[in-house]
Design a protein around this ligand. Sequence first.
Ligand SMILES: Nc1ncnc2c1ncn2[C@@H]1O[C@H](COP(=O)(O)OP(=O)(O)OP(=O)(O)O)[C@@H](O)[C@H]1O
Length: 292
Amino acid sequence: MANVKSPAIEACGLRFEISGKRLVDDVSLAIPAGRMVGILGPNGAGKSTFLKLATGELRPTAGRILFDGVPLAQAHPALLARRRAVVPQSSQLTFSFSALEVVTLGASVPGFGLSDDHSRAAEWALDRVGLAHLAARAYTDLSGGERQRVHIARAMCQLATAPPSPGETLLLLVDEPTSNLDIGHQRRVLGALREAATEGAAVLAVLHDINLAAGYCDTLALMREGRLIAHGAPDEIVRDDLLSHTYGCALDANQTPSRTPFVLPITRDAPEPATPVFTSSARHHASDVSSG
Ligand SMILES: Nc1ncnc2c1ncn2[C@@H]1O[C@H](COP(=O)(O)OP(=O)(O)OP(=O)(O)O)[C@@H](O)[C@H]1O
């Protein structure tokens, strides 16, 4: 068993219930150091709830989360701050901090300001997400996609200012990091997460874009109705039958010449309605109104 490292984070039989509804149901998933795992699944599948359990924001109804083999609830907050960064799905930040100040929020020590290392890490992180030119801009004046990249940079800065000791793993937990981004910035952000994994971090990312997930993640975990229904290499998950069933629509899986799997919705076989639906219902509505 040489070279087998315990996972950076591991969910064991995780369940979360609220008001008698099971949002996460018996999910077991391990993310080892150096791996990027994408969580996929339809809206409401339980992906964000699972991520919140993994960050400790929610406490499981049953099962447990281990961080480097230790129950997450027992991990010291200082250790978590040094080794684990979280990017939630949305942020309510309304102060007019500059982009640079937001990026340093996770790294500054109250009363001591920023060290040179922190400042350098923040500038590096902003540059990594293509925002170096907006470092001084008020966060509240940034676009949605720019704000999203600021939060990715904040997480990267947080981890970059605390290089791990030998044997320690950094953990990055991100919820839909590309939802507001154009395709170029999607690539840039996923490339940065991929690079973090290649350098040894464990990365868990909730993603909606199956093709980007297949291109950047080592494995894909597919959730539906709170359950983990499949977990494997991208070519084991990006399959017509599995995805069409999971998402409830006809999907066509294929591979690029470099053998990266991808999927497209099947639209060519869908018959066009004889009468445009909107026009037809609008006409009915108009005749109801005139005859009433
Ligand atoms: N506090 C709550 N009370 C009841 N139901 C909840 C609560 N929070 C979330 N849910 C429900 O739990 C289910 C899972 O939510 P979750 O946000 O984890 O889904 P998701 O897979 O991340 O979805 P999406 O892709 O739309 O972001 C959804 O049906 C949601 O409506």
